[in-house]
Design a protein around this ligand. Structure first.
Ligand SMILES: *Cc1c(COP(=O)(O)O)cnc(C)c1O
Length: 361
């Protein structure tokens, strides 16, 4: 017996969408979840045809993320594959405006495109709304990351949206840090949202994936065409894991945020620290060690729960000194340690971290 399942609609709240969107119809004896479909090719005559053009497991993930962001999603092999696909939208010699403290991979892509004469890039202090608005003037694409990784700077998205659109530019928001649980840029007027699905959306440090979300069907078709052509498609297992992770996104983000808020409060004024940065939401806290980069490196080797690792947004707490990467912008303090606060018990996290900080002397 088949019963039509109610299609998730935008009047459902995020927690309900995270759990229900992208599920198959409720049909007796059929699985509740979309299974892993391993297929490089499909029987001819339909829409998919070939494994590079589509996959039911990706489609389920895309339906769920699209519902959460309030648009339609396309999945990619990594966050940077999604970034590259978006940056490729602009014409030759176009101006792209972006935060100077964007994710280092995004900065590297902009520098690479610029060095090859493909685009012009203007890097801005994203907190300085007047400067960003001014830079929008002859832009073709305005890139925002808010909060930025790892400086945790916040952009005035509505003000910049108005300026970008007045200039006829696309507005893109990398929403990796906030996730659609805390911020939905399409509702604020952004044309495109980009995600490193690798981080909070998948959430368990076991899969690399990216995504783009938009409400503009023409843009979606162009981006899908680019994905078909370039082939930067996700693995089926990755899409399954990302969707599995997405089902608990709201709980994980809420708990990480509660933990991060408490840790930021306790860290404030610690004598080992020059600075504690927390934008007031999300699960990332950045601290700057008073005794410099060596103390920061030492800290990352003195804990037992906190894992010294790059990346972020997993259930487990991780941290690293970002400037240990040569590619990190020099505007990031040398002694800055980015904490990706997980969903463990905050008292255990605090005991481990504060012991290591006190040990620094
Ligand atoms: C990690 C990250 C990316 C890149 O995503 P990958 O999945 O690692 O390719 C892009 N933007 C932000 C904000 C990130 O943190």
């Amino acid at each position: 017996m088949t019963e039509d399942s109610p299609a998730p609609t935008s009047d459902l709240r995020p927690a309900t969408l995270a759990v229900t969107a992208g599920r198959p119809p409720h049909t007796s004896d059929e699985p509740l979840n979309v299974p892993i479909t391993m297929a490089s090719t499909y029987v001819a005559g339909g829409d998919r045809e070939y494994g590079r053009y589509g996959n039911p497991t990706w489609a389920a993930f895309e339906d769920a993320l699209g519902a959460l962001e309030g648009g339609r999603a396309l999945s990619f092999s990594s966050g940077l594959a999604a970034v590259a696909t978006v940056l490729d939208l602009v014409g030759h010699d176009s101006l792209v405006v972006a935060p100077r403290n964007s994710y280092s991979g995004t900065i590297l892509q902009l520098a690479d495109l610029e060095s090859r004469g493909r685009i012009r890039a203007e890097l801005v202090d994203v907190r300085d709304t007047d400067a960003v608005v001014k830079a929008c003037d002859d832009a073709a694409l305005v890139w925002l990351e808010s909060p930025t990784n790892p400086a945790l700077e916040i952009a005035d998205i509505p003000a910049i949206e108005a300026a970008a659109h007045a200039a006829g530019a696309y507005l893109v928001v990398d929403n990796t840090f906030a996730t659609p649980i805390l911020q939905r840029p399409l509702e604020l007027g952004a044309d495109l949202v980009v995600h490193s699905v690798t981080k909070y959306l998948a959430g368990h440090s076991d899969a690399l994936m990216g995504a783009i979300v938009t409400r503009d069907d023409e843009l979606l078709a162009v981006l899908k065409g680019r994905r078909d052509l370039i082939g930067a498609v996700p693995g089926t297992l990755e899409a399954f894991l990302a969707l599995r992770g997405l089902r608990t996104l709201h709980l994980r983000v809420e708990r990480a945020q509660t933990n991060a808020t408490e840790l930021a409060r306790r860290l404030a004024g610690h004598r080992a620290l020059d600075e504690v940065r927390y934008p007031g939401f999300g699960g990332i806290v950045s601290i700057v060690l008073a005794q410099g980069a060596m103390a920061a490196d030492l800290l990352t080797h003195k804990t037992s729960l906190w894992v010294h690792a790059t990346s972020l947004g997993g259930v487990e707490s991780t941290f690293e000194r970002r400037r240990r990467w040569k590619s990190e912008p020099a505007t990031i303090p040398d002694a800055l340690v980015r904490l990706s606060v997980g969903i463990e018990d905050v008292e255990d996290l605090w005991a481990d971290l504060s012991r290591a900080l006190d040990d620094l002397g």
